[in-house]
Design a protein around this ligand. Structure first.
Ligand SMILES: [Ca+2]
Length: 149
């Protein structure tokens, strides 16, 4: 399993109230600008026991070379910020479609918090992720972004 340490940009790091809920997350994928970087595979975000498939968007072809694609998921029921910090966070794809290998430059995860629902906080940012591909090192279609603490 390849774990990618996050850059220390957590805007929520000073929030220690255990009652603060994460109402929604926004995940942004930056596909790299290298040959065959894009994918048409099904992409999934896993946070702890919850799995979020990226929805089909009519008329859009996400995860192409050099593109940024963002998706919002409401957490119902919400999880606390402490639970989010203690969860595994993983991104993977199902390796379907033509040339399914995916070269990821970066992932950003934003959260909206119950005490300030109109503001988005950058939770973490992971850079230089590399290939999620069977045929490119490290020959895995999943990346563990945060490991259960
Ligand atoms: Ca695509």
């Amino acid at each position: 399993m390849n774990l990618r340490p996050a850059v220390e940009t957590e805007e929520t790091r000073n929030i220690t109230d255990p009652a603060i809920n994460v109402a929604a997350v926004r995940i942004e994928f930056h596909t790299g600008d290298v040959r065959a970087a894009g994918t048409d595979a099904g992409v999934f975000l896993r946070i702890g026991q919850r799995t979020f498939p990226m929805p089909e968007q009519h008329g859009k072809d996400p995860f192409e070379r050099g593109a940024k694609d963002a998706f919002v998921f409401v957490l119902d029921p919400p999880m606390t910020l402490a639970e989010l910090r203690a969860a595994d966070i993983e991104v993977y794809h199902n390796s379907e479609g033509r040339n399914p290998g995916w070269f990821l430059a970066a992932i950003k995860l934003w959260v909206s918090l119950s005490h300030q629902p109109d503001k988005g906080f950058l939770y973490k940012e992971w850079k230089d992720i590399g290939w999620l591909a069977i045929d490119e090192p490290p020959n895995s279609t999943q990346v563990l972004l945060q490991q259960n603490a």
